[in-house]
Design a protein around this ligand. Structure first.
Ligand code: TYM
Length: 337
């Protein structure tokens, strides 16, 4: 994280708990980037409603995600932290960019195929155009760097394609091409029950993921029961080939202790999981315990959380509205108002 970043933007859906995949894949990088760049972080409630949501649960989820981000180290004084629906530029710019993006581009998006599953005809149109809204999120701030996990790579390529086509169609240099920042040994954290499936909040099995709200005992139990294999750990990364569960657990150890996978294996190679898992649970509890405590102290303080979100939204609007005005001029909506 010693690189120089321009303006950083990223987002997270306010559905379900913040889990270890979100934290190690993205949020930790969000926190680190606050030291070296102007950072804008968004709770993407407009994205959340692309699938059915209970309104009360969604409203609570927005506050809880805000509390979880602050508990993880996002500082709302330094970074701008706000809910997407409170800055109308996102939805308006998304419409303009939907007229830039091509149907063929969206047809290639693998996440839509996964999320719509067998019932593609029954999926919402919003789920299909979801990546265009994501491009609007980023481009509304002329963001240059976007810290995300590996699963967002294709959406970011699309955001770059949309930015380039818009600039080209209208003969402007309006949008910088945003660069993904996918860094660290845990850019794709896998399920604890299946080393070939991504750790995800939508997995019906709670044992598949570590939530940032899990207490020490729950974490220890989940790691103990995590799928592994009968072999000892290799002493070099090449020995993890074909062992997805082992690779995942070693990757978690590396990320949590700020070591490379090679360093972890140099230290733990030769150990069986009976020895390695308790060591992993211990570092996990030590890393997550303080976050959980801060989250619990903050999550019911709706007055403080709402005020943080309102301030963040006002700061976000001040950046995004002039960009939308430039977009209006570029496409010919005029500036006579
Ligand atoms: P979301 O809410 O699914 O996830 C938030 C962030 O967590 C990362 N992540 C993971 N990283 C590693 N391993 C995992 N198992 C794992 N699961 C999730 C995601 O890559 C993401 O960085 N579409 C986005 C939200 C979004 C956005 C944006 C992101 C909306 N607009 C603009 C960046 C820029 C999403 O659904 O993330």
């Amino acid at each position: 994280m010693s690189r120089v970043f321009g303006r950083v933007f990223s987002g997270i859906q306010p559905t379900g708990n913040l889990h270890l995949g979100n934290y190690l894949g993205a949020i930790r990088n969000w926190v680190r980037m606050q030291d070296s760049a102007e950072c804008i972080y968004c709770v993407v409630d407009l994205h959340a409603i692309t699938v059915a949501q209970d309104p009360k649960t969604l409203a609570r989820g927005i506050r809880e995600m805000t509390a979880a981000l602050i508990a993880s180290g996002i500082d709302p004084e330094r970074a701008i932290l706000f809910p997407q629906s409170q800055v109308r530029v996102h939805a308006e710019l998304a419409w303009v960019l939907m007229c830039t993006a091509r149907v063929g581009w969206l047809n290639r998006m693998t996440q839509f195929k996964e999320k719509s599953g067998k019932d593609r005809e029954g999926a919402s149109v919003g789920l299909y155009t979801y990546p265009v809204l994501q491009a609007a999120d980023i481009l509304a701030y002329k963001a240059t760097h976007v810290p995300v996990g590996e699963d967002q790579k294709q959406h970011l390529e699309l955001a770059r394609d949309i930015a380039a086509k818009f600039n080209n169609d209208f003969g402007v240099e309006l949008f910088p091409l945003p660069e993904p920042v996918i860094e660290g040994p845990a850019t794709r954290v896998m399920s604890l029950r299946d080393g070939t499936a991504k750790m995800s909040k939508s997995d019906p099995s709670d044992a598949s993921r570590i939530n940032l709200t899990d207490d020490a005992d729950t974490i220890a139990q989940k790691i103990k029961r995590a799928k592994s294999d009968a072999d000892a750990l290799p002493s070099e990364p090449a020995g993890l080939a074909g062992r997805p569960e082992a690779a995942n657990l070693v990757g978690l150890m590396a990320a949590l202790t700020d070591r490379s996978v090679a360093q972890v294996l140099a230290d733990h190679g030769g150990q069986g999981f009976g020895q390695f898992k308790p060591a992993l649970a211990e570092v996990m509890v030590a890393a997550l315990g303080p976050i959980t405590a801060r989250f619990n102290a903050l999550k019911d303080d709706s007055i403080a959380l709402d005020s943080i979100l309102a301030t963040g939204a006002a700061r976000a609007r001040a950046i995004a509205e002039p960009v939308l005005a430039e977009v209006h001029r570029a496409v010919g909506f005029g500036d006579w108002l």
